[in-house]
Design a protein. Structure first.
Length: 274
């Protein structure tokens, strides 16, 4: 009788040990699986709306590292026009990470700073500059009708924000060329004496061909000027507005107003397709 109870006790003890080990093993397996799922979720990559550019390998060999005066990559007129139309006609934006063939965030910020200096809106000595970088995002325009195919990398634009005590600027840099193809600038103080003198410079810095026979054309309201570029297929536009207390419209034809403090001035640069 005692021996039978002994076997019964041993059997119950082994069954209890088996149940405990099974539960502990199951919990261990669940924790491992949970960790794997969390790790996989953390490493998931969002599919890019643009494709890597195979032509980049050939173009990058001609680039001098650190020389931002040279084009990183030359685009054809058709590619420029398609990129401009896509960006100007966007109904929204999709942000994404840079792909092969596109400049980095650091390059976009540096090129934006240099553009402001060349346009006489930034300090030449970086150490004395009061410009503060706010943010930079890379995105491609969303179209009203899309075939959901991957776009070429030159359809993307870096949007870079700068601010200082004297101005704030939003620059739109093409993600392949690194050129500023659009800008919205608010100046806190007086307007430049000749606000449309920089329109040709904007076109040249954008990498566009400016004919010697073309001249800046003022609009009827004197708040807008245009310049035809790239053989007439594109044109650049600049808009200047004064936000003074008297709501006075800037007229560069009236020399007696030159240099007058108008409060806040807004300047917009844009490339347009005909």
């Amino acid at each position: 009788m005692i021996r039978r109870y002994k076997y019964t006790f041993i059997t119950l003890f082994l069954a209890l040990v088996f149940m405990v080990c099974s539960m502990a093993g199951m919990n261990f397996i669940i924790k491992i699986r949970e960790k794997q799922l969390l790790t996989e979720a953390g490493e998931a990559e969002i599919e890019s709306p643009v494709c890597a550019w195979n032509e980049w390998e050939n173009n990058i060999q001609n680039e001098l590292q650190g020389n931002y005066n040279n084009d990183r990559c030359l685009l054809s007129n058709i590619q420029i026009e398609n990129a401009i139309k896509s960006w100007n006609e966007r109904i929204g934006e999709t942000m994404h990470n840079p792909v092969e063939g596109q400049i980095s965030m650091e390059d976009a910020i540096k090129m934006g700073e240099e553009w402001l200096i060349k346009m006489n809106m930034g300090e030449k000595e970086s150490g004395n500059s009061d410009a503060n970088f706010t943010k930079a995002t890379l995105s491609v325009g969303i179209q009203s009708q899309s075939d959901e195919q991957l776009l070429e990398p030159y359809y993307s634009f870096w949007t870079v924000n700068f601010s200082s005590q004297t101005m704030s600027a939003v620059l739109y840099l093409n993600a392949v060329t690194g050129k500023v193809w659009g800008a919205e600038i608010s100046l806190y103080g007086s307007m430049h004496e000749e606000p449309y003198d920089n329109l040709k410079l904007f076109a040249e810095l954008a990498g566009l061909e400016v004919s010697e026979k073309e001249s800046v054309q003022l609009g009827d309201s004197k708040t807008e000027a245009t310049l035809v570029v790239n053989g007439g297929r594109l044109y650049v536009k600049q808009q200047c507005y004064s936000m003074g207390f008297n709501s006075e419209v800037l007229d560069i034809q009236e020399k007696n107003q030159t240099g007058k403090n108008y409060g806040n001035a807004i300047i917009r640069y844009q490339i347009m397709a005909l």
